[in-house]
Design a protein around this ligand. Structure first.
Ligand code: UTP
Length: 492
């Protein structure tokens, strides 16, 4: 809906549905209704006289949840700001590289022992952010419900759950799992877990919590609606997890369970090594506040956030904030200088988060242009061909500006990072399934099993290894030997 002439709309709304009438009918909502008018958003009452009493109530409830001043400011900022190259002195971070020699392997082994000890003690909780709308994937339902396993078609949620079950068995512990949803997908997510009996987990150890929402505006800053009584709201970004952890009492719940550190990941990374003991160990050993896993960029222009120090402070910056020169700059060894790509896997120390809350600071919001179906002025639904909307999101990594102690650990992309984002092409169901098959194929090849690959290195055939059968190559080695025959379809 693009109300280019909002004065006209205001007068239309006032003539047809005088504010006084709405106010008289619903006096409890006076201040919110006043705000909607004051901030030029009265068009949301454009179909007031067509609404049933319950629709009116629901619209007013929505309006009462909106901070109109915040939205106005965010919109003004978005209009004023174009993406700029970051100022300041950029320095690549120190990264713990993937071990290449015995000394480095020894360091990783020591980290593993520390991590395993921490896991055994029950110090670590898993936090999965699953509140995104998954617009690009465009499925009907939460992304975690997507049937991604190559043979069994297990969902992403089931694979995560089985990794937690396997880790619990290995470390003889219980690992609490916190899942952030949004109002848009919370009940579908919870019903999916109930329907599948929590995939064998104890329901008491799985905790869902809902993140905050913000309205979506058009390119003139007007709130968009998708029905005559519904304002389009969108989750407030994965940074919303920091607000929700506090506001929903999740941090307190974690503390009461004795949790000291959080293993954070995004729901859509199908190769995630949940509770990776080496990563946990490095983080614990260094008493880090937030730790990050990174992968090497696959090309200079890859659209991935980059971990850098700017004027001495750790940051993750968008690829668009790097100048082209910085993007392509090489080290003496010919590798990219700014090569630490963020794969959104973090360890977060609970005491550090408490400190951030005490500072009373909030994360900034970033504006993103999107195509969002919405109501037109005539009340009909429009499916836009071009970007017509702005969503506001906060990013978890903006908290890095408060971090003084951090570990940055490099991992191999092909082993640990394959996010499901799109229906076709890169990061699609086809590519993420192939990445899983290739990983399992490499595990088997290392054991000596003959696995055929094509000219791109992709396994020819289907392989699936359940996390409950083997969580990693070492565990697999104890269960199968090189005599195993692969006939093009293997499920373990
Ligand atoms: P993306 O930014 O890729 O968003 O989120 P998305 O919702 O998955 O997909 P698009 O952009 O709409 O196509 C990365 C991760 O952060 C979570 C997502 O669920 C995903 O795990 N996320 C994102 C949230 O939990 N909340 C948000 O508000 C945004």
């Amino acid at each position: 809906m693009k109300f280019s002439n909002s004065l006209f709309m205001d007068s239309l709304v006032n003539n047809r549905f005088p504010k006084r009438k709405i106010l008289e009918e619903y006096s409890d909502y006076i201040s919110y209704i006043e705000d909607a008018y004051k901030f030029g958003q009265s068009h949301v009452f454009g179909w007031w006289n067509e609404l049933t009493p319950s629709e009116k109530k629901s619209l007013l409830e929505q309006i009462s949840s909106i901070d109109f001043l915040l939205i106005k400011n965010l919109f003004n900022d978005a209009v004023l700001k174009t993406t700029q190259v970051r100022q300041g002195v950029l320095v690549p971070p120190h990264v713990i590289a993937v071990p290449k020699n015995d000394a480095e392997r020894e360091i990783a082994e020591r980290a593993r022992q520390i991590g395993e000890k921490s896991l055994r003690k029950g110090d670590v909780a898993i936090l999965t952010v699953a509140g995104g709308d998954g617009t690009r994937l465009g499925i009907n339902g939460p992304k975690g419900t997507f049937p991604i396993a190559p043979i069994s078609k297990k969902s992403i949620f089931q694979l995560h759950a089985e990794k937690i079950i396997a880790a619990q068995k290995r470390y003889n512990t219980r690992i609490p799992w916190y899942i952030m949803t949004s109002k848009n997908n919370d009940s579908a997510t919870q019903n999916f877990f109930k329907f599948h009996k929590f995939f064998g987990l104890d329901p008491q150890q799985v905790c869902f919590f809902i993140q905050g929402m913000l309205p979506v505006v058009d390119l003139d800053g007007n709130l968009l609606m998708d029905s005559k009584s519904n304002i389009i709201m969108s989750p407030n970004g994965h940074g919303g997890v920091l607000i929700a952890l506090k506001e929903k009492g999740i941090l307190g719940d974690m503390k009461s369970r004795g949790i000291k550190n959080i293993f954070y990941h995004q729901v859509d990374n199908v190769l995630i090594k949940i509770a990776d003991p080496i990563f946990v160990g490095h983080h614990v050993k260094e008493e880090a506040e937030i730790s990050l896993k990174v992968v090497k960029k696959c090309r200079p222009e890859e659209k991935v956030g980059i971990v850098v120090y700017i004027d001495g402070q750790l940051h993750i910056i968008e690829y668009s904030e790097l100048s082209h020169k910085d993007m392509c700059e090489k080290n003496e060894g010919a590798a990219l200088k700014y090569n630490a790509g963020n794969n959104a896997v973090h360890m977060m120390n609970i005491d550090f988060l408490e400190k951030v809350y005490q500072m009373g600071e909030s994360l900034p919001y970033h504006a993103a242009m999107k195509k969002v179906p919405c109501l037109g002025e005539d009340g009909g639904l429009i499916d836009p061909k071009e970007n017509n909307a702005i969503k506001f999101e906060s990013f978890i990594f903006d908290v890095l500006k408060y971090v003084k102690k951090s570990v940055i650990m490099e991992v191999l992309r092909e082993d640990e990072f394959s996010p499901l984002k799109n229906m076709e092409g890169e990061n699609s169901p086809a590519s993420t399934k192939q990445d899983m098959i290739n990983l399992f194929g490499r595990w088997l090849q290392h054991i000596g099993v003959s696995i055929p690959t094509d000219s791109h290195g992709n396994v020819v055939g289907l392989i699936e290894i359940s996390p409950c059968f083997a969580l990693d190559q070492e565990e697999l080695r104890n269960k199968v030997d090189r005599h195993l025959q692969f006939y093009g379809n293997l499920s373990l």
